[in-house]
Design a binder for this molecule. Structure first.
Ligand SMILES: [Zn+2]
Ligand SMILES: [Zn+2]
Length: 384
């Protein structure tokens, strides 16, 4: 604990991956807390198959399609996609110096959205699955990513076949070349997820969205200023020396509560070596990645003995980009969970966070220590 004083004083921490700051107020964890409610460990009362679930095998979806009787992760185009492949043309009119062109800007976005179920069982989550059971999900993510890569990308040459065939449905290459693929999961009602069936989403778009743009700029800047090195390789090395923010690690991946974490139990899964994207991972590394996901999600559930809500997502190389953008990309995954003190006490990003900058009370070092202690069997296996 070299900077021990930071456990007691308010300070700001820099997030080099986004180029932003956050306020840390560790002394506030000592204030009396009156709203806390301890609830008994939550059991899993869901059925393995729910006839009314639009994701369960053999069931009918909103637009009338019937899911196959799938046994491995199942992918389909979202029935309510946020972006579509086809839409009316739009081009901003007016001279570049017009006030409207300056202040009322818009860009058309096309793309394709998929839903991916992690398991045919309605009543499991990633926390219930073993690394070997999560591996097919990693394979499917890799195949979908490959199927959308630009032929011009240096990653295209090393990627797997271009067509994803799973459970009788094929994900064909898209109509147009999209730039970004966002793989993510919203888990739990607290994160606005309406269906407990284990699933994630994959959105591809013509433009590069805000978060990846911020990170890519920072990664490229670091690479440029540090002789071609990756910011996240250097960061992973530093965290392995410091130890105190490590939650878990295996040969290929490091799981940390980052120095700059905003959410109380925010976690980052970082490839120790420089990997640009899923297609850079060999089989052993994919299994290590699956293990890292299993470790994070199980520890989360064990922490407050509840099915822990979170949003998670993968950041990797854009589908199409300059050589510099692709080389600077560093494969990693974020987990942003909203829970603070118990299964029912959430952190809200409000007030100061919305108006000034993010703020946290418990330090990432304290959070990492809690999560390190939550390993072992999933708590609900012991419940009767
Ligand atoms: Zn279901
Ligand atoms: Zn990221």
């Amino acid at each position: 604990m070299p900077e021990k004083i930071l456990d007691d004083i308010s300070h700001r921490r820099y997030n080099p991956l986004r180029g932003t700051w956050l306020l840390v107020s560790p002394h506030r964890t000592k204030r009396p807390w009156q709203g806390q409610q301890e609830v008994s460990p939550s059991k899993n009362t869901l059925p393995e198959y729910d006839p009314s679930c639009y994701l369960c095998p053999g069931n009918k979806r909103a637009q009338g399609d019937i899911n196959p009787d799938y046994k491995t992760p199942f992918v389909f185009v979202n029935d309510y996609s946020a972006v579509k492949e086809e839409q009316a043309e739009y081009k901003q009119e007016g001279e570049p110096k017009d006030l409207s062109s300056l202040l009322l800007r818009a860009d058309a976005v096309t793309g394709k959205c998929y839903v991916l179920t992690f398991s045919p069982s309605h009543n499991v989550t990633l926390a219930d699955l073993s690394p070997a059971e999560i591996l097919p999900v990693v394979h499917t993510w890799t195949q979908i990513y490959s199927a959308h890569l630009s032929p011009k990308s240096p990653l295209s040459a090393i990627s797997v076949p271009k067509t994803v065939t799973r459970a009788g449905n094929a994900i064909s290459a898209p109509n147009a070349q999209y730039k970004w693929m966002q793989i993510f999961e919203n888990k739990g009602a607290a994160m606005g997820c309406s269906n407990p069936h284990p699933h994630g989403q994959i959105w591809t778009t013509t433009g590069l969205p805000e978060e990846p743009t911020l990170e890519l700029e920072q990664l490229m800047k670091y690479r440029h200023e540090h002789g071609g090195k990756s910011l996240l390789t250097d960061y992973a090395k530093l965290e392995m020396e410091k130890v105190e923010r490590i939650v878990f690690q295996n040969t290929s991946f490091l799981v940390v509560c980052p120095w700059w974490a905003t959410w109380p139990f925010e976690v980052m899964v970082i490839s120790k070596e420089h990997k640009r994207a899923l297609v850079d991972l060999n089989e052993a590394e994919k299994l290590d990645f699956a293990e890292a996901i299993a470790e994070v999600t199980r520890r989360y559930d064990n922490l407050f003995e509840t099915s822990f809500p979170y949003s998670s997502g993968i950041h990797q190389a854009p589908l199409e980009g300059t050589d510099e953008e692709i080389e600077a990309s560093h494969f990693h995954m974020h987990f942003y969970p909203p829970l603070l003190r118990s299964a029912t006490v959430k952190k809200f990003l409000v007030g100061y966070e919305l108006m000034a900058e993010p703020q946290r009370d418990i330090t990432p070092e304290q959070a990492a220590a809690r999560l390190r202690d939550c390993g072992g069997e999933l708590y609900r296996r012991y419940l009767v």
